[in-house]
Design a protein around this ligand. Structure first.
Ligand SMILES: NC(=O)c1ccc[n+]([C@@H]2O[C@H](COP(=O)([O-])OP(=O)(O)OC[C@H]3O[C@@H](n4cnc5c(N)ncnc54)[C@H](O)[C@@H]3O)[C@@H](O)[C@H]2O)c1
Length: 438
Protein backbone atom coordinates (compact mmCIF):
# COMPACT_ATOMS: atom_id res chain seq x y z
CA UNK A 1 0.00 0.00 0.00
CA UNK A 2 1.41 3.45 -0.92
CA UNK A 3 1.61 6.30 1.58
CA UNK A 4 -1.24 7.97 -0.30
CA UNK A 5 -3.50 4.89 -0.21
CA UNK A 6 -2.83 4.44 3.50
CA UNK A 7 -3.58 8.10 4.20
CA UNK A 8 -6.79 8.00 2.16
CA UNK A 9 -7.93 4.97 4.10
CA UNK A 10 -7.39 6.46 7.57
CA UNK A 11 -8.97 9.73 6.46
CA UNK A 12 -12.02 7.95 5.08
CA UNK A 13 -12.47 5.77 8.15
CA UNK A 14 -11.69 8.83 10.29
CA UNK A 15 -9.01 7.17 12.38
CA UNK A 16 -6.46 9.73 11.17
CA UNK A 17 -5.15 11.96 13.99
CA UNK A 18 -5.60 15.56 12.96
CA UNK A 19 -4.33 18.92 14.18
CA UNK A 20 -5.17 22.58 13.66
CA UNK A 21 -2.38 25.15 14.10
CA UNK A 22 -3.74 28.58 15.06
CA UNK A 23 -6.96 28.47 17.08
CA UNK A 24 -8.57 31.80 16.26
CA UNK A 25 -11.78 32.78 14.45
CA UNK A 26 -10.98 30.24 11.72
CA UNK A 27 -9.02 27.53 13.53
CA UNK A 28 -11.29 26.90 16.53
CA UNK A 29 -14.48 26.38 14.45
CA UNK A 30 -12.52 24.09 12.10
CA UNK A 31 -11.16 22.05 15.02
CA UNK A 32 -14.70 21.62 16.37
CA UNK A 33 -16.12 20.66 12.97
CA UNK A 34 -13.38 18.03 12.54
CA UNK A 35 -14.18 16.67 16.01
CA UNK A 36 -17.89 16.63 15.04
CA UNK A 37 -16.90 14.38 12.11
CA UNK A 38 -15.36 11.94 14.59
CA UNK A 39 -11.66 12.77 14.18
CA UNK A 40 -9.28 12.90 17.15
CA UNK A 41 -8.28 16.60 17.08
CA UNK A 42 -5.38 18.47 18.66
CA UNK A 43 -5.45 22.26 18.51
CA UNK A 44 -2.08 24.02 18.68
CA UNK A 45 -1.62 27.70 19.53
CA UNK A 46 1.07 29.91 21.04
CA UNK A 47 -1.37 31.61 23.43
CA UNK A 48 -1.63 29.62 26.63
CA UNK A 49 -4.86 31.37 27.72
CA UNK A 50 -6.67 30.00 24.64
CA UNK A 51 -5.31 26.50 25.23
CA UNK A 52 -6.33 26.62 28.91
CA UNK A 53 -9.88 27.70 28.00
CA UNK A 54 -10.15 25.02 25.32
CA UNK A 55 -8.93 22.29 27.68
CA UNK A 56 -11.50 23.44 30.24
CA UNK A 57 -14.18 22.93 27.57
CA UNK A 58 -14.82 26.65 27.10
CA UNK A 59 -15.17 28.70 23.93
CA UNK A 60 -13.62 32.13 23.38
CA UNK A 61 -15.10 32.60 19.88
CA UNK A 62 -18.64 33.98 19.70
CA UNK A 63 -19.72 31.64 16.86
CA UNK A 64 -18.52 28.47 18.62
CA UNK A 65 -20.93 27.35 21.36
CA UNK A 66 -19.12 26.34 24.58
CA UNK A 67 -21.38 23.30 24.76
CA UNK A 68 -19.93 21.95 21.52
CA UNK A 69 -16.35 22.40 22.78
CA UNK A 70 -17.14 20.88 26.18
CA UNK A 71 -18.77 17.82 24.62
CA UNK A 72 -15.68 17.00 22.56
CA UNK A 73 -13.16 17.83 25.28
CA UNK A 74 -15.01 15.61 27.77
CA UNK A 75 -15.18 12.79 25.21
CA UNK A 76 -11.39 13.10 24.76
CA UNK A 77 -11.81 13.91 21.06
CA UNK A 78 -10.49 17.49 21.28
CA UNK A 79 -7.62 19.04 23.23
CA UNK A 80 -5.30 21.98 22.98
CA UNK A 81 -1.55 22.32 23.43
CA UNK A 82 1.31 24.75 22.92
CA UNK A 83 3.67 21.83 22.35
CA UNK A 84 4.37 21.38 18.64
CA UNK A 85 6.10 18.03 19.16
CA UNK A 86 2.63 16.40 19.07
CA UNK A 87 2.88 16.88 15.28
CA UNK A 88 5.12 13.79 15.19
CA UNK A 89 1.97 11.73 15.76
CA UNK A 90 -0.33 13.73 13.48
CA UNK A 91 -1.52 12.54 10.07
CA UNK A 92 -3.34 15.65 8.86
CA UNK A 93 -2.78 19.28 9.83
CA UNK A 94 -4.45 22.58 8.91
CA UNK A 95 -2.70 25.91 9.38
CA UNK A 96 -4.95 28.85 10.30
CA UNK A 97 -2.50 31.55 11.44
CA UNK A 98 -3.00 35.28 10.83
CA UNK A 99 -1.91 37.05 7.64
CA UNK A 100 -2.02 40.75 8.50
CA UNK A 101 -0.35 43.70 6.82
CA UNK A 102 2.82 45.35 8.03
CA UNK A 103 2.67 49.04 8.98
CA UNK A 104 4.00 49.74 5.46
CA UNK A 105 0.94 48.00 3.92
CA UNK A 106 2.99 45.00 2.73
CA UNK A 107 1.93 41.40 3.51
CA UNK A 108 3.18 40.04 6.82
CA UNK A 109 3.82 36.35 6.24
CA UNK A 110 5.86 35.91 9.42
CA UNK A 111 3.12 33.78 11.06
CA UNK A 112 2.98 31.36 8.10
CA UNK A 113 6.79 31.22 8.04
CA UNK A 114 7.11 30.54 11.75
CA UNK A 115 4.32 27.90 11.78
CA UNK A 116 5.91 26.25 8.71
CA UNK A 117 9.38 26.26 10.29
CA UNK A 118 8.01 24.60 13.41
CA UNK A 119 6.09 22.08 11.32
CA UNK A 120 9.25 21.31 9.32
CA UNK A 121 10.84 19.70 12.37
CA UNK A 122 7.95 17.19 12.50
CA UNK A 123 7.05 16.65 8.84
CA UNK A 124 6.97 12.92 8.22
CA UNK A 125 6.01 10.54 5.42
CA UNK A 126 2.25 10.11 4.95
CA UNK A 127 1.27 13.54 6.32
CA UNK A 128 -1.21 15.94 4.67
CA UNK A 129 -0.83 19.68 5.30
CA UNK A 130 -3.46 22.29 4.35
CA UNK A 131 -2.85 26.03 4.55
CA UNK A 132 -6.04 28.03 5.25
CA UNK A 133 -4.64 31.52 5.85
CA UNK A 134 -5.56 34.00 3.14
CA UNK A 135 -2.53 34.96 1.09
CA UNK A 136 -1.26 35.87 -2.38
CA UNK A 137 -1.04 33.25 -5.16
CA UNK A 138 2.20 31.32 -4.95
CA UNK A 139 2.61 31.31 -1.15
CA UNK A 140 1.89 27.60 -0.69
CA UNK A 141 4.27 26.47 -3.43
CA UNK A 142 6.99 29.12 -3.28
CA UNK A 143 7.17 29.79 0.46
CA UNK A 144 5.55 26.98 2.41
CA UNK A 145 6.70 23.97 0.40
CA UNK A 146 10.45 24.70 0.67
CA UNK A 147 10.07 25.74 4.32
CA UNK A 148 8.23 22.64 5.57
CA UNK A 149 10.40 20.23 3.57
CA UNK A 150 13.75 21.91 4.31
CA UNK A 151 16.39 19.44 5.40
CA UNK A 152 14.40 16.38 4.23
CA UNK A 153 14.22 14.57 0.93
CA UNK A 154 10.44 14.09 1.26
CA UNK A 155 8.58 14.86 -1.98
CA UNK A 156 5.21 16.62 -2.12
CA UNK A 157 2.64 14.45 -3.88
CA UNK A 158 4.26 11.12 -3.01
CA UNK A 159 5.77 11.29 0.51
CA UNK A 160 3.59 14.05 1.92
CA UNK A 161 0.69 16.11 0.60
CA UNK A 162 0.32 19.90 0.59
CA UNK A 163 -2.72 21.96 -0.43
CA UNK A 164 -4.33 25.35 0.01
CA UNK A 165 -7.96 25.76 1.08
CA UNK A 166 -9.26 29.25 1.76
CA UNK A 167 -11.55 29.80 4.73
CA UNK A 168 -14.86 31.54 3.98
CA UNK A 169 -16.22 31.95 7.50
CA UNK A 170 -18.43 35.02 7.94
CA UNK A 171 -18.40 35.80 11.67
CA UNK A 172 -21.83 36.14 13.24
CA UNK A 173 -23.54 34.27 10.41
CA UNK A 174 -25.85 31.39 11.34
CA UNK A 175 -27.10 30.14 7.95
CA UNK A 176 -23.73 29.58 6.26
CA UNK A 177 -21.25 27.83 8.54
CA UNK A 178 -17.93 26.00 8.22
CA UNK A 179 -19.89 22.80 7.53
CA UNK A 180 -22.32 23.91 4.82
CA UNK A 181 -20.30 26.60 3.04
CA UNK A 182 -18.67 24.98 -0.02
CA UNK A 183 -14.89 24.77 0.44
CA UNK A 184 -12.37 25.26 -2.35
CA UNK A 185 -9.18 23.15 -2.34
CA UNK A 186 -6.17 23.19 -4.64
CA UNK A 187 -3.09 20.99 -4.23
CA UNK A 188 0.58 21.43 -5.06
CA UNK A 189 0.06 18.34 -7.23
CA UNK A 190 -3.14 16.54 -8.30
CA UNK A 191 -2.52 13.88 -5.62
CA UNK A 192 -2.09 16.57 -2.97
CA UNK A 193 -5.44 18.07 -4.02
CA UNK A 194 -7.09 14.64 -3.93
CA UNK A 195 -5.85 13.74 -0.43
CA UNK A 196 -6.85 17.14 1.01
CA UNK A 197 -10.27 16.83 -0.66
CA UNK A 198 -10.89 13.40 0.84
CA UNK A 199 -9.91 14.69 4.28
CA UNK A 200 -12.14 17.77 4.24
CA UNK A 201 -15.02 15.88 2.62
CA UNK A 202 -15.39 13.92 5.87
CA UNK A 203 -16.35 17.09 7.76
CA UNK A 204 -17.59 19.61 5.17
CA UNK A 205 -20.62 19.11 2.93
CA UNK A 206 -19.34 20.42 -0.41
CA UNK A 207 -15.76 20.44 -1.63
CA UNK A 208 -14.78 22.23 -4.84
CA UNK A 209 -11.40 20.95 -5.99
CA UNK A 210 -9.48 23.25 -8.34
CA UNK A 211 -6.43 22.33 -10.37
CA UNK A 212 -3.72 24.06 -8.32
CA UNK A 213 -2.93 25.69 -5.00
CA UNK A 214 -2.55 28.96 -6.91
CA UNK A 215 -6.13 28.74 -8.27
CA UNK A 216 -7.41 28.17 -4.71
CA UNK A 217 -5.36 31.11 -3.39
CA UNK A 218 -6.63 33.35 -6.20
CA UNK A 219 -10.26 32.23 -5.69
CA UNK A 220 -10.26 33.69 -2.17
CA UNK A 221 -8.73 36.92 -3.45
CA UNK A 222 -11.32 37.22 -6.23
CA UNK A 223 -14.12 36.81 -3.67
CA UNK A 224 -12.76 39.45 -1.33
CA UNK A 225 -11.66 41.82 -4.07
CA UNK A 226 -15.18 41.57 -5.54
CA UNK A 227 -16.61 42.76 -2.23
CA UNK A 228 -14.01 45.44 -1.68
CA UNK A 229 -14.44 46.93 -5.16
CA UNK A 230 -18.24 46.87 -5.00
CA UNK A 231 -18.23 48.48 -1.56
CA UNK A 232 -15.80 51.08 -2.92
CA UNK A 233 -18.16 51.73 -5.82
CA UNK A 234 -21.22 52.16 -3.64
CA UNK A 235 -19.25 54.33 -1.18
CA UNK A 236 -18.30 56.59 -4.07
CA UNK A 237 -21.98 56.62 -5.10
CA UNK A 238 -22.75 57.89 -1.59
CA UNK A 239 -20.15 60.65 -1.94
CA UNK A 240 -21.57 61.63 -5.34
CA UNK A 241 -25.17 61.56 -4.07
CA UNK A 242 -24.10 63.77 -1.17
CA UNK A 243 -22.84 66.41 -3.63
CA UNK A 244 -25.98 66.06 -5.73
CA UNK A 245 -28.38 66.19 -2.79
CA UNK A 246 -29.79 62.72 -3.60
CA UNK A 247 -30.63 60.04 -1.02
CA UNK A 248 -28.23 57.20 -1.93
CA UNK A 249 -30.24 54.69 0.14
CA UNK A 250 -33.37 55.34 -1.90
CA UNK A 251 -31.37 54.95 -5.10
CA UNK A 252 -29.89 51.62 -3.96
CA UNK A 253 -33.30 50.23 -2.94
CA UNK A 254 -34.74 51.29 -6.29
CA UNK A 255 -31.85 49.73 -8.24
CA UNK A 256 -32.22 46.52 -6.21
CA UNK A 257 -35.73 46.03 -7.59
CA UNK A 258 -34.11 45.04 -10.90
CA UNK A 259 -34.49 41.26 -10.91
CA UNK A 260 -31.25 40.59 -12.82
CA UNK A 261 -27.82 42.12 -13.45
CA UNK A 262 -27.63 44.06 -10.18
CA UNK A 263 -26.29 42.99 -6.79
CA UNK A 264 -27.00 45.17 -3.79
CA UNK A 265 -24.10 46.59 -1.77
CA UNK A 266 -24.53 49.31 0.82
CA UNK A 267 -22.27 52.23 1.69
CA UNK A 268 -20.90 52.70 5.18
CA UNK A 269 -18.31 54.38 7.37
CA UNK A 270 -15.42 52.35 5.93
CA UNK A 271 -14.22 48.78 5.59
CA UNK A 272 -13.56 46.63 8.62
CA UNK A 273 -12.66 43.15 9.66
CA UNK A 274 -9.69 41.00 9.02
CA UNK A 275 -10.45 40.16 5.37
CA UNK A 276 -11.97 42.75 3.05
CA UNK A 277 -9.67 45.70 3.84
CA UNK A 278 -6.54 43.52 3.85
CA UNK A 279 -6.70 40.52 1.52
CA UNK A 280 -6.92 42.39 -1.81
CA UNK A 281 -3.77 44.29 -0.82
CA UNK A 282 -1.93 40.95 -0.75
CA UNK A 283 -2.88 40.58 -4.41
CA UNK A 284 -1.92 44.13 -5.41
CA UNK A 285 1.42 43.72 -3.57
CA UNK A 286 2.18 40.52 -5.49
CA UNK A 287 1.25 42.16 -8.79
CA UNK A 288 3.49 45.16 -8.04
CA UNK A 289 6.41 42.75 -7.90
CA UNK A 290 5.43 41.75 -11.46
CA UNK A 291 5.35 45.38 -12.57
CA UNK A 292 1.54 45.49 -12.75
CA UNK A 293 -0.77 47.89 -10.94
CA UNK A 294 -4.01 46.34 -9.67
CA UNK A 295 -6.00 49.49 -10.44
CA UNK A 296 -9.45 48.51 -9.19
CA UNK A 297 -7.99 47.43 -5.84
CA UNK A 298 -5.93 50.60 -5.40
CA UNK A 299 -8.89 52.85 -6.28
CA UNK A 300 -11.42 51.02 -4.12
CA UNK A 301 -8.96 51.05 -1.24
CA UNK A 302 -8.51 54.81 -1.62
CA UNK A 303 -12.27 55.46 -1.62
CA UNK A 304 -12.96 53.09 1.28
CA UNK A 305 -10.15 54.39 3.51
CA UNK A 306 -11.48 57.92 2.98
CA UNK A 307 -14.91 57.08 4.43
CA UNK A 308 -14.11 57.59 8.15
CA UNK A 309 -12.90 61.12 7.34
CA UNK A 310 -16.13 61.73 5.39
CA UNK A 311 -18.17 60.62 8.42
CA UNK A 312 -16.25 63.08 10.61
CA UNK A 313 -16.98 65.82 8.07
CA UNK A 314 -20.69 64.93 8.24
CA UNK A 315 -20.59 65.22 12.06
CA UNK A 316 -18.70 68.50 11.84
CA UNK A 317 -21.09 69.99 9.26
CA UNK A 318 -24.17 68.83 11.19
CA UNK A 319 -22.88 70.46 14.39
CA UNK A 320 -21.93 73.57 12.45
CA UNK A 321 -25.54 73.87 11.22
CA UNK A 322 -26.52 74.15 14.89
CA UNK A 323 -23.85 76.73 15.59
CA UNK A 324 -21.59 74.30 17.43
CA UNK A 325 -17.92 73.65 16.75
CA UNK A 326 -16.75 70.04 16.80
CA UNK A 327 -14.04 71.02 19.27
CA UNK A 328 -15.53 70.66 22.74
CA UNK A 329 -18.74 69.01 21.51
CA UNK A 330 -19.81 65.66 22.96
CA UNK A 331 -19.97 62.99 20.28
CA UNK A 332 -21.30 59.53 21.07
CA UNK A 333 -20.23 56.78 18.65
CA UNK A 334 -22.74 53.93 18.55
CA UNK A 335 -21.14 50.62 17.65
CA UNK A 336 -17.42 49.90 17.69
CA UNK A 337 -17.41 46.45 16.07
CA UNK A 338 -16.74 46.40 12.34
CA UNK A 339 -20.15 44.93 11.56
CA UNK A 340 -23.47 44.30 13.33
CA UNK A 341 -23.94 41.82 16.15
CA UNK A 342 -20.33 40.68 16.54
CA UNK A 343 -17.60 41.53 19.05
CA UNK A 344 -14.75 41.90 16.53
CA UNK A 345 -12.96 45.25 16.51
CA UNK A 346 -10.29 44.38 13.97
CA UNK A 347 -9.78 47.17 11.38
CA UNK A 348 -13.09 48.68 12.49
CA UNK A 349 -13.75 52.11 10.96
CA UNK A 350 -15.11 53.15 14.38
CA UNK A 351 -11.50 53.27 15.61
CA UNK A 352 -10.51 55.70 12.84
CA UNK A 353 -13.62 57.80 13.40
CA UNK A 354 -13.03 58.04 17.16
CA UNK A 355 -9.36 58.90 16.62
CA UNK A 356 -10.15 61.60 14.05
CA UNK A 357 -12.85 63.10 16.28
CA UNK A 358 -10.47 63.17 19.25
CA UNK A 359 -7.76 64.80 17.12
CA UNK A 360 -10.23 67.56 16.29
CA UNK A 361 -10.94 68.18 19.95
CA UNK A 362 -14.34 66.45 20.27
CA UNK A 363 -15.25 64.84 23.61
CA UNK A 364 -15.85 61.31 22.40
CA UNK A 365 -17.65 58.43 24.08
CA UNK A 366 -18.79 55.15 22.57
CA UNK A 367 -21.33 52.45 23.24
CA UNK A 368 -21.25 48.86 22.01
CA UNK A 369 -23.26 46.05 23.59
CA UNK A 370 -20.67 43.53 22.34
CA UNK A 371 -17.47 45.41 23.22
CA UNK A 372 -17.53 46.64 26.83
CA UNK A 373 -14.03 48.15 26.57
CA UNK A 374 -11.06 48.20 24.23
CA UNK A 375 -7.40 49.08 24.20
CA UNK A 376 -6.18 49.64 20.66
CA UNK A 377 -2.86 51.24 19.73
CA UNK A 378 -2.83 53.27 22.94
CA UNK A 379 -6.52 54.25 22.62
CA UNK A 380 -8.26 52.85 25.69
CA UNK A 381 -12.01 53.35 26.16
CA UNK A 382 -14.97 51.81 27.98
CA UNK A 383 -18.50 51.62 26.61
CA UNK A 384 -20.81 54.13 28.36
CA UNK A 385 -22.86 52.31 31.02
CA UNK A 386 -26.19 54.07 30.33
CA UNK A 387 -26.91 54.22 26.61
CA UNK A 388 -30.00 56.46 26.64
CA UNK A 389 -28.47 58.87 29.14
CA UNK A 390 -25.42 59.20 26.89
CA UNK A 391 -27.65 59.67 23.82
CA UNK A 392 -29.57 62.45 25.62
CA UNK A 393 -26.46 64.35 26.68
CA UNK A 394 -24.51 64.02 23.41
CA UNK A 395 -24.36 66.97 21.02
CA UNK A 396 -24.22 64.43 18.22
CA UNK A 397 -24.72 60.68 18.01
CA UNK A 398 -22.89 58.90 15.18
CA UNK A 399 -24.36 55.49 14.33
CA UNK A 400 -21.32 53.60 13.05
CA UNK A 401 -22.41 49.96 13.54
CA UNK A 402 -26.07 49.02 13.24
CA UNK A 403 -26.28 46.39 15.97
CA UNK A 404 -29.73 44.81 16.11
CA UNK A 405 -29.80 45.16 19.92
CA UNK A 406 -30.37 48.90 19.62
CA UNK A 407 -33.88 50.35 20.00
CA UNK A 408 -33.55 52.83 17.18
CA UNK A 409 -36.93 54.47 17.84
CA UNK A 410 -35.85 55.35 21.40
CA UNK A 411 -32.49 56.61 20.19
CA UNK A 412 -34.20 58.83 17.61
CA UNK A 413 -36.59 60.22 20.23
CA UNK A 414 -33.79 60.93 22.72
CA UNK A 415 -31.08 62.42 20.52
CA UNK A 416 -30.55 66.05 19.58
CA UNK A 417 -28.66 65.21 16.44
CA UNK A 418 -27.79 61.92 14.72
CA UNK A 419 -25.41 61.09 11.89
CA UNK A 420 -26.60 57.74 10.55
CA UNK A 421 -23.86 56.05 8.51
CA UNK A 422 -25.76 52.76 8.06
CA UNK A 423 -29.32 53.86 7.38
CA UNK A 424 -30.08 52.14 10.68
CA UNK A 425 -33.02 54.46 11.38
CA UNK A 426 -34.67 53.55 8.04
CA UNK A 427 -36.22 56.98 7.77
CA UNK A 428 -36.96 56.79 4.05
CA UNK A 429 -36.76 59.74 1.73
CA UNK A 430 -38.74 61.98 4.10
CA UNK A 431 -35.87 62.01 6.57
CA UNK A 432 -35.97 63.69 9.97
CA UNK A 433 -34.87 67.20 11.01
CA UNK A 434 -32.45 65.78 13.61
CA UNK A 435 -30.86 63.20 11.35
CA UNK A 436 -28.14 63.42 8.72
CA UNK A 437 -27.73 60.26 6.63
CA UNK A 438 -24.55 59.14 4.89
N1 LIG B 1 -11.75 35.84 10.78
C1 LIG B 1 -12.34 35.64 9.62
O1 LIG B 1 -13.50 35.95 9.47
C2 LIG B 1 -11.59 35.03 8.44
C3 LIG B 1 -12.37 34.62 7.34
C4 LIG B 1 -11.73 34.02 6.26
C5 LIG B 1 -10.34 33.89 6.28
N2 LIG B 1 -9.60 34.32 7.35
C6 LIG B 1 -8.14 34.13 7.30
O2 LIG B 1 -7.80 33.05 8.16
C7 LIG B 1 -6.54 33.30 8.77
C8 LIG B 1 -6.67 33.25 10.29
O3 LIG B 1 -7.55 34.29 10.68
P1 LIG B 1 -8.23 34.34 12.11
O4 LIG B 1 -9.28 35.39 12.02
O5 LIG B 1 -8.59 32.99 12.57
O6 LIG B 1 -7.00 34.89 13.00
P2 LIG B 1 -6.91 34.93 14.60
O7 LIG B 1 -5.92 36.00 14.92
O8 LIG B 1 -8.27 34.94 15.19
O9 LIG B 1 -6.28 33.52 14.97
C9 LIG B 1 -5.00 33.13 14.61
C10 LIG B 1 -4.42 32.26 15.73
O10 LIG B 1 -3.14 31.80 15.33
C11 LIG B 1 -2.29 31.79 16.45
N3 LIG B 1 -0.91 31.75 15.98
C12 LIG B 1 -0.18 32.74 15.43
N4 LIG B 1 1.04 32.27 15.09
C13 LIG B 1 1.06 30.95 15.41
C14 LIG B 1 2.03 29.94 15.31
N5 LIG B 1 3.22 30.16 14.75
N6 LIG B 1 1.71 28.72 15.77
C15 LIG B 1 0.50 28.47 16.33
N7 LIG B 1 -0.46 29.39 16.44
C16 LIG B 1 -0.19 30.63 16.00
C17 LIG B 1 -2.70 33.04 17.21
O11 LIG B 1 -2.30 32.98 18.55
C18 LIG B 1 -4.22 33.02 17.04
O12 LIG B 1 -4.85 32.31 18.08
C19 LIG B 1 -6.07 34.65 8.24
O13 LIG B 1 -5.25 34.45 7.14
C20 LIG B 1 -7.36 35.31 7.81
O14 LIG B 1 -7.14 36.26 6.77
C21 LIG B 1 -10.22 34.86 8.44
Amino acid sequence: MTLKQNLLEILENRTARVAVIGLGYVGLPLAVVLADAGFDVTGIDLVTEKIDLLNRGLSYIQDVPAEQVRKHVEAGRLRGTTDFSVLKEIDAVSICVPTPLRKTGDPDLSFIVSASETLAAHLHPGMVVVLESTTYPGTTRELMLPTISAGTDLKAGTDFFLAFSPERVDPGRQDWTTVNTPKVIGGITADCGEVATVWYRQAIETIVTVRSAESAEMTKLLENTFRMVNIGLVNEMALMCDRLGIDVWEVIEAAATKPFGFMKFTPGPGLGGHCIPIDPLYLSWKLRSLNYTARFIELASEVNTGMPRHVVTLVMDALNERGKPLKGSQVLVLGAAYKPDIDDLRESPALDIITLLLEKGALVEYHDPHIPHFDHDGLEMASVPDLLEAVRTADCVAIVTDHSAYEYGQILDSADLIVDTRNALKLGAAGHPNVVKL
